[in-house]
Structures are given as C-alpha cells and as structure tokens.
Design a protein around this ligand. Structure first.
Ligand code: HEC
Length: 196
C-alpha cells in the first residue's frame, strides 16, 4: 500500500464517520422521525428491528434447561397462564387479541401462527427477558421458573391447536373474553364525562 493510498483511505474513513454522526444527531435532535405508534415504521427500520431481534434471541437462547418433552399437564398449566397474561396481546386459537393491542407498534403477532418461527429455547428466552423497544414485557422477574417453562411448553404447542383444544386446556369458554370489557359502563353508572 502506497503512502498516498493509505492517507486517502484514512480520510475516507474519517469523512464517513463524520457523516454518520451528523445523520445520527440530525435524526435525534430535529424531531424528523415520527415516534407516533399510529404511524407505521419505515420498511428499513422494521427490517432492522426484526432482524436484530431474531439474531439477538438466536445467539442468547441456548442456556435454557427445558424438559426433553412437554407433558399434557405442563401444557395445560401454561395454557391457563397464557389466557390470563398473554392472550389479550397475542390472541388464541380462534380468538383475536384485544382491540387496543392493535394500536401497538410493532403489533404483537398472533402467536398461533408466529410461534412456529421460534425454537422452544428461544420462546423461553423471549418470555423470560422480553424484547426492548417493542412492548413485549420480561416475565422472568415476576413469574417462577416453573411458570415460564409451562408457558414455553404451551406456546411451543400453540401452532397446532384448534379452538376446542385451547378451550379444553385453558378451561376458558370457547370464545374467550380475554380481558376486562373497558367499553362497558361501570356498575353504578359513573360513566366518564365528555370533554367540554
Ligand atoms: C402488552 C402486550 C404484550 C403482552 C401482554 C405479551 N406480549 Fe409477547 N410480544 C409483544 C410484542 C409487541 C412483541 C414483539 C413483536 C415484534 O416485534 O414482532 C411480542 C413478541 C413475543 C414473541 C415473539 C414473537 C414474534 O415473532 O415476534 C413471543 C414468543 C411472545 N411475545 C410471547 C409472549 C407470551 C408467552 C406472553 C405472556 C406470558 C406475552 N408474549 C405477553 C407484546 C406482548
């Protein structure tokens, strides 16, 4: 490598780093990026977040000690937890997520389909640790290790389940009411007054 080529290369690298810093600070300070959840991500941003999430989970997930196979009792215990804790965001076989969760960006995927993309170890990792900048909570600190394994067992089986399987496993009615009905007028009739 000649000396001229070497100093040209160094100059190119410094200029590229400076441009990257200017773009980064411009995006952060000018408010140019719309953070509204009612607005879709740009395709490039969505791709970056999605690919980062998949690669990050795949490279960290192999530490989970899971049973060789999941017993029916474990899957049923997971189904009951799922009905209480996850169904309002992720739906159930034959049941849609709550309307308000469609306003999240990214939208929580219907796990009856999306769970087939993930290995049980990855599902276990996601439930324990959550996913930054998506609204997927980390359940590892407020659930016991046994509960996390039961949830993992259930979510791993979810893609093959029919609405009847789900109703039997979770003990929920066939069309589950997955959360409190926020539109209902409270008992005693104290409806929220209209804004003046
Ligand atoms: C407040 C809503 C919310 C709740 C409650 C919630 N999640 Fe999530 N979950 C999300 C969001 C948002 C994502 C990320 C979606 C994305 O980026 O693709 C996600 C992602 C996931 C994924 C990865 C799926 C994929 O392909 O993105 C799994 C598995 C998962 N959640 C399992 C669960 C389980 C099990 C529970 C209950 C213990 C749960 N979640 C509770 C919102 C929620």
């Amino acid at each position: 490598m000649t000396r001229k080529f070497g100093s040209g290369l160094a100059l190119g690298v410094v200029a590229t780093v400076l441009v990257a810093i200017v773009v980064w600070l411009t995006v952060a300070y000018t408010g140019i990026y719309n953070v509204a959840a009612s607005d879709q991500h740009f395709d490039a941003v969505r791709w970056t977040l999605d690919t980062t999430m998949h690669r990050s989970v795949a490279s960290r997930a192999d530490t989970a000690a899971l049973p060789e196979s999941f017993s029916d009792d474990l899957v049923a215990a997971g189904a009951r937890h799922y009905a209480e804790t996850c169904a309002h965001c992720h739906g159930t076989p034959g049941g849609e997520p709550e309307e308000w969760s469609r306003g999240m960006r990214p939208e929580p995927p219907h796990l009856t389909e999306a769970a087939s993309e993930w290995r049980p170890e990855e599902i276990h990792w996601i439930i324990s640790n959550g996913i930054k900048m998506t609204g997927m909570p980390a359940f590892g600190q407020n659930h016991t290790p046994e509960e996390i394994v039961a949830l993992t067992a259930f979510v791993s089986k979810l893609p093959g389940l029919t609405p009847d399987d789900y109703a039997r496993l979770s003990g929920q009615a066939r069309t589950p009411q997955t959360g409190p009905d926020l539109d209902r007028e409270p008992a005693g009739g104290t409806a929220i007054p209209p804004i003046q």
